[in-house]
Design a protein. Structure first.
Length: 408
């Protein structure tokens, strides 16, 4: 088990190569990667506090504008929802590491050590105050959580990783009572002071065979993994709170019914039906190869093009069914062994197509005929016609969806 301190996870971005390696170690089963519960809450707080401060500053500025304005200012901020912020960042970090519970006994002992300034706690001079301030209760809880885990799992080697050498030491000698904490577990408790030391133990960058990685991305196993992920994403998009932007295709009388893009500057919010889409590999970049144990793994940034039929929400064109496409960028973990299933390590939100990518939408709908004219489209859409007429089953589907959302 690799147990990380707060300062380690804070030292790199969640979309970095370091994150890829940690997730790879965890995903391939080389070692579990986790943080104590206290670390998780510290990380979440470090994200939530700046957000709250900026929100309060924005609210104060808006109130000031209202007081100064000679008319009623209608602008307002949504209610401050800190729990939503907390949940978002917990989920982000839990996508990289697991969380180890911090026991009541560890929290009690941590409080006692802080009260008595026992390591890893201490008393420090704070500003102009004459009395020293006792601190380090969270550090003690983090340390004791790792120690407890090592005691409860004598068959595992625990790698505790922290660069806080001032409080935790350098991994060779420990102050009292930390020396007693490790009594009887020192053989399987390894204290490391950098993440690099961990990665060096478990991974080895190896020669890159980029063509093998690209070939693996076109395999049936990869297609199945991506198809399942896209299906889940499209299903979630049916809820209004999870919709994303797509690029729509239309027929124009002026262009001899060729597909054009009406949303180059303002993409369209849409619900995409999973029963009428397909995914194609578009770009592969930033391929790296690592040896972990006796296997080679590739990581790569992969852009997929997803095309299908979207249901719009009435802007910039009337609600209806249209050919649609979007780009989806993922960071993939690809095994050299074709019998092992690839994994999506992380992904970015879908985006509409760039102007140079519009041919993809046209290529996927080359034979769609104009089947019904619309006379109620406002200019400049008066020459546009639907490229897809919804079937009774599709109409029933969207009606049921709307009824379910209204019920909520």
């Amino acid at each position: 088990m690799i147990i990380l301190d707060t300062n380690i996870l804070r030292s790199f971005a969640l979309d970095s190569a370091t994150t890829d390696l940690l997730m790879t170690i965890r995903t391939v089963g080389a070692e579990n990667v986790a943080v104590p519960w206290v670390v998780l809450e510290e990380l979440v707080a470090q994200r939530a506090i700046p957000f709250r401060e900026k929100y309060e500053a924005a609210q104060a500025a808006l109130d000031s504008v209202r007081r100064a304005a000679p008319w009623d200012v209608q602008a307002h901020l949504p209610p401050l929802d800190l729990e939503r912020v907390h949940d978002h960042w917990r989920n982000e970090y839990l996508g990289v590491v697991d969380s180890i519970p911090t026991s009541e006994a560890a929290l009690r002992e941590a409080t006692t050590r802080e009260a008595n300034s026992l390591p890893p706690c201490k008393a420090v001079q704070a500003g102009d105050r004459r009395e020293k301030v006792k601190t380090g209760g969270r550090d003690a809880a983090i340390w004791l959580t790792a120690v407890e885990y090592a005691r409860d799992h004598p068959d595992e080697t625990v790698y505790f990783v922290s660069n806080n050498t001032k409080d935790f030491g350098n991994g060779t000698t420990y102050s009292h009572p930390m020396d007693l904490d490790l009594s009887g577990i020192g053989e399987h408790f390894v204290h490391l002071t950098s993440l690099g030391a961990v990665l060096k133990r478990f991974t080895e960058e190896t020669d890159l065979a980029e063509e093998q990685a690209v070939a693996a991305l076109t395999s049936e196993a990869t297609r199945d993994v991506v198809a399942d992920a896209v299906t889940a994403m499209l299903n979630s998009s049916r809820r209004r709170t999870h919709q994303f932007e797509v690029t729509l295709g239309y027929g124009s009388e002026d262009l001899d019914t060729q597909l054009i893009e009406m949303a180059s500057s303002e993409a369209t919010q849409a619900r995409v039906w999973a029963c009428t889409w397909r995914t194609a590999l578009h770009h592969v970049t930033d391929v790296k190869a690592y040896r972990i144990g006796d296997r080679v793994w590739y990581t790569a940034t992969v852009e997929w093009m997803v095309t299908g039929v979207a249901v719009t929400n009435g802007f910039p064109v009337p609600t209806g069914f249209y050919p649609a496409a979007f780009s989806w960028e993922t960071r993939m973990l690809i095994p050299e062994d074709p019998s092992v299933t690839p994994t999506i390590l992380r992904n970015h939100p879908p985006r509409p197509l760039h102007p140079g990518e519009l041919h993809i939408l046209k290529a996927d709908f080359p034979s769609l005929a104009i089947e019904s004219e619309r006379d109620d489209l406002p200019r400049p859409y008066d020459v546009l016609r639907f490229m897809h007429v919804p079937s009774p089953a599709e109409l029933a589907m969207i009606q049921a969806l709307d009824q379910a959302e209204e019920a909520e």
